[in-house]
Design a protein around this ligand. Structure first.
Ligand SMILES: Cc1ncc(C[n+]2csc(CCOP(=O)(O)OP(=O)(O)O)c2C)c(N)n1
Ligand code: SF4
Ligand SMILES: [Mg+2]
Length: 291
């Protein structure tokens, strides 16, 4: 159900990494001066997915793993809105994996944020697709969302951030939102957001994160080189963070989906004139076509 509500107090555990992301989203939207009524956040199911309740924003609570389909629908209905989808690693990389892959291909100008804590926090700490071997009996190697995103050849914005570094997180959020607002396509940010109750990774991640932009050979427009750079960092026990892909400025791009399916300058179906009288002939034609 869509709500444009007054924010409530977060119900997260004290110290949860999601608090940092919440604060940075507020800061990024405020610094970009995006009017509140133009912001929509579609939340997944999980601790992370309740984030829209704590923001002054139009919010929609999606089904588990289905938030991207709903966020894409919102954007196509009204392309002038700034649309976020936000949820957890379980939501996005387990039940929602099919939608995850296709979102990159579709290339709609929305920002998808995954708060990755390597566990199902809300349901009390079971292993998720990103859990390390040995966590709660997990015997599978963790999935890496950045490598998967880099392997899909579409002109998306791709980044990983860490809730322990709010300055960079805010800067990356602002860049992603500006990318969306210029109708340049899909933006994905995986935020490393520790679950202090069931999988407290703050210390470990602080020791292991490495800023990719400081590595020799960094070029965010070169997918192949970035894939190698990330793999090499991971092989040496590091977790690469930073902007992993941004299409080169001014390069010919596959246009974002909303600019391909809607006429130029269209307000979108949500703002179309649906008055009966001026549209009577069009409605009659439509009714005949389905009779
Ligand atoms: C269709 C469906 N299957 C399973 C669940 C149970 N469930 C609720 S949240 C969740 C996973 C939460 O983990 P994650 O998405 O990583 O979010 P977090 O709580 O860690 O932020 C699951 C399996 C559900 N609500 N709906
Ligand atoms: S259970 Fe974990 S993810 Fe959920 S609010 Fe608490 S610390 Fe955050
Ligand atoms: Mg999780």
């Amino acid at each position: 159900m869509v709500q444009s509500a007054k924010p409530t107090q977060p119900i997260w555990c004290p110290g949860c990494g999601d608090f940092a992301l919440l604060a940075c989203v507020k800061k990024a939207a405020a610094e970009l001066k995006i009017p509140t009524h133009e912001l929509v956040l579609v939340g997944g199911i999980g601790c992370s997915g309740s984030i829209h309740n704590f923001l002054e924003i139009n919010g929609l609570h999606a089904l588990h793993g289905r938030l991207l389909a709903q966020a894409v629908g919102v954007k196509l209905a009204n392309p002038n809105l700034t649309v976020f989808a936000a949820g957890g690693d379980g939501d996005g990389y387990a039940i929602g994996m099919g939608h995850f892959m296709h979102a990159f291909k579709k290339n709609v100008s929305i920002l998808y944020i995954v708060m990755n804590n390597e566990t199902y926090g809300l349901t009390k700490g079971q292993p998720s697709p990103t859990s390390q071997i040995g966590f709660e009996g997990n015997i599978e190697k963790p999935f890496d969302a950045i490598l998967t995103a880099l392997s899909i050849p579409a002109p998306n914005f791709i980044a990983r951030t860490f809730s322990g570094d709010p300055k960079t997180l805010t800067a990356v959020l602002k860049e992603a939102l500006e990318f969306n607002r210029a109708h340049r396509g899909f933006a994905f940010i995986e935020d490393l957001s520790p679950c202090v109750t069931y999988n407290d990774t703050y210390k470990l991640w602080r020791e292991r994160v490495v800023d990719v932009s400081k590595l020799p050979g960094y070029d965010a427009s070169d997918r192949k080189a970035m894939f190698r750079l990330c793999m090499e960092a991971m092989d040496s026990g590091k977790i690469p963070i930073g902007v992993m892909h941004r299409p080169p400025e001014g390069a010919p791009l596959d246009p974002a989906l909303e600019t391909r399916v809607l006429p130029a300058g269209a307000l979108g179906p949500a703002r179309a004139d649906i008055e009966i009288e001026p549209n009577r002939a069009a409605y009659a034609k439509l009714l005949h076509s389905v009779a």
